[in-house]
Design a protein around this ligand. Structure first.
Ligand SMILES: Cc1cc2nc3c(=O)[nH]c(=O)nc-3n(C[C@H](O)[C@H](O)[C@H](O)COP(=O)(O)O)c2cc1C
Length: 437
């Protein structure tokens, strides 16, 4: 039997290309208008996507003069989207380092109730120095320690979500008993980083707990994903590194005693689709013509924790020594490893590298016809490179519309994608078991 793929829509700015917000075919709505997120999510639901996803950073880290890299707060956004949709899964990012565990557990439990079981949590440990600057009490926490804290954090939030048994609420009007107190337990957690008594002040959620999504790709991040994640986002510029990541993570999952089929790997994918290859290329050229290499240089510097690249000429081939060693990067280690690996392999000039990264910040960009896009997706899924994709349209809504109208039907004809929603919850769409207490 052909294996069906999973599709998540990553909604950010007016599309994932750096210049999407200026493109004539991107949405005219203000980015702060909830109607924009509603429209994109309803389109994805009509296209039978498993879910939509919103990233988050806890500080203003872009250059506001040139980059609209900001958005409505994701958890409150999900609440609005839950009321405007019926079936599609809703995934928001929230930080273990900078959110009290009790608040996070309560908010996601609430959204799972509000959406009737459609929520997922993208677990991030947060790497931006700008965030550290906004949370003076905690300050900047190093890479290893962030993951140590996150490990304890997971124990706390899991316990809070399990603090009400499934059958705790009786709601017995005649007998005058609302809940069975023996089925609602404090958690009494007292660890190195957190002291949380519990229980949560909300009954257990429809999915038991949110679906755990994760996107750390460093060794520490992958081990964390292997222990906790049920879906994993990952960024690759090349199929070979995506394949290596897939094999590595599935092996780590098995080593944790978990079923590798219960952890979906969804690499970022940004297709530029045209009715001919030449048309796709023209679309891509028009986007690149709207990009400014100096905006890209600034973004590259942020990626590398603020490293200074101002001295690098635009047109000389790069070498890995032009970059700080990713191992010393306390920020987002894995993406910097992808970038330095690409430089080692291909020696692009800075101008070429920035054009590559402008497409989707280091995710896989592909130009082609609908058939070619579908072929690539089939090749990755049948070849054990991906369980599906984190779709990152270069321009929203235009390239999403084209994908849904032209590519989804091909995937359906080939038996690679659903023809209708079969379940009601995000767990059901992802084929994940309901967690036991
Ligand atoms: C598709 C995708 C989405 C991500 N979204 C966020 C996000 O919203 N907020 C964030 O702080 N990091 C985000 N990240 C970064 C990762 O969660 C992770 O923090 C980063 O890769 C650093 O972890 P590492 O050092 O283990 O790689 C994202 C990564 C990917 C691939």
């Amino acid at each position: 039997m052909t294996r069906k793929m999973h599709l998540n829509l990553f909604i950010q700015s007016r599309g994932h290309h750096e210049a999407a917000w200026r493109h004539p075919k991107s949405s005219k709505l203000p980015l702060t208008d909830i109607a924009y997120s509603v429209e994109m999510t309803q389109k994805a639901e009509a296209g039978l996507f498993d879910s939509v996803f919103f990233a988050d950073v806890l500080g203003l880290w872009n250059d506001v003069a040139t980059t609209p890299f900001n958005w409505l707060e994701p958890i409150t956004t999900l609440a609005a989207l839950a009321m405007a949709t019926k079936r599609i899964g809703l995934i928001a990012t929230a930080s273990t380092t900078y959110t009290e565990a009790y608040n996070l557990a309560r908010q996601f439990c609430s959204i799972d109730h509000i959406s009737r079981g459609r929520v997922g949590w993208n677990i991030v440990t947060t790497w931006s120095p700008q965030a550290a600057g906004n949370f003076g009490g905690i300050g900047e926490v190093g890479h290893e320690e962030r993951y140590q804290r996150a490990e304890e954090y997971m124990a706390v939030v899991r316990a809070l979500w399990d603090s009400w048994a499934d059958d705790a609420v009786l709601d017995d009007r005649a007998g005058g008993r609302y809940a069975d107190p023996r089925r609602v337990r404090p958690i009494n957690h007292a660890g190195k980083y957190y002291k949380v008594k519990g229980p949560l002040n909300l009954p257990r959620s429809p999915q038991g707990r949110p679906v755990f999504v994760q996107a750390g790709s460093s060794d520490t991040g992958k081990r964390f994903a292997a222990r906790h994640a049920e879906a994993v986002f990952t960024a690759h510029l090349e199929k070979a590194t995506a394949k290596a990541f897939y094999d590595d993570l599935k092996t780590l999952v098995a080593a944790e005693g978990r079923d590798p089929a219960q952890v979906l790997i969804l690499p970022g994918f940004s297709p530029i689709i045209g009715s001919t290859e030449a048309e796709a290329r023209r679309f891509s050229d028009a986007l690149n013509a709207l990009s400014d290499p100096e905006v890209g240089r600034n973004r590259l510097s942020l990626r590398f924790g603020g490293a200074d690249f101002s001295h690098l000429p635009l047109d000389r081939p790069l070498v890995p020594e032009d970059f700080p060693d990713p191992k010393t990067n306390e920020a987002a280690r894995s993406r910097t490893e992808v970038i330095v690996g690409f430089v080692r392999e291909h020696h692009p000039t800075l101008r070429q590298l920035l054009a590559k990264l402008a497409g989707a910040r280091g995710h896989f960009v592909f130009e082609g016809t609908p058939e070619q896009v579908a072929d690539l997706m089939e090749d990755w899924v049948s070849g054990g490179v991906a369980d599906g994709f984190n779709l990152m349209p270069p321009v929203l809504p235009d390239m999403l519309d084209v994908f849904i109208a032209e590519v989804v039907p091909i995937l359906q004809r080939r038996g690679l994608f659903r023809n209708e929603y079969e379940g009601e919850t995000l767990r059901a769409h992802f084929g994940l078991a309901r967690p036991a207490m």
